[in-house]
Design a protein around this ligand. Sequence first.
Ligand SMILES: *[C@@H]1O[C@H](CO)[C@@H](O)[C@H](O)[C@H]1NC(C)=O
Ligand SMILES: *[C@@H]1O[C@H](CO)[C@@H](O)[C@H](O)[C@H]1NC(C)=O
Length: 133
Amino acid sequence: MIFCITIILTFFLAWSSSNAAPLSAQSVTVFSPRITSPKAAILWPRGSIHNVTWDTSNIPREKHGSTGMLMIGHYANNSENLDIDHPLATYFSIDKGWVGVTIPQNLPCRDDYFVVLFGDSGNRSPKFRVCKT
Ligand SMILES: *[C@@H]1O[C@H](CO)[C@@H](O)[C@H](O)[C@H]1NC(C)=O
Ligand SMILES: *[C@@H]1O[C@H](CO)[C@@H](O)[C@H](O)[C@H]1NC(C)=O
């Protein structure tokens, strides 16, 4: 189990430090806006309101006007466990560079939540926590 987690974290770090877009079956233009908030290990308590922000400087011309969707997830059982039934935000403009979110009241305590921004490709934030300890 420990071994497994090490592998997953290593993969995560390698993935997020490269600027590579996730593999896609189609070779359409993808871009991966870098998420600039939340920062790693920040505390965003349940019920609190924040802006998730991302870098808009490399959005290709043809992707302007795209709408995005933001989901919360955490690593467990070899999966990202994205809460696809309860997106944090939907139908916002990718061009804006930010979207307001409320951290759900019913989230279990974990220190490895992340958000994934879906536009034309997904991009994942650093991990943050929702409880003080
Ligand atoms: C989010 O950003 C917008 C635009 O900068 C700002 O008006 C708003 O107050 C911010 N919300 C929070 C919760 O910081
Ligand atoms: C991982 O899987 C086990 C067995 O299916 C389940 O009981 C547990 O809740 C899962 N853990 C998380 C964090 O999803």
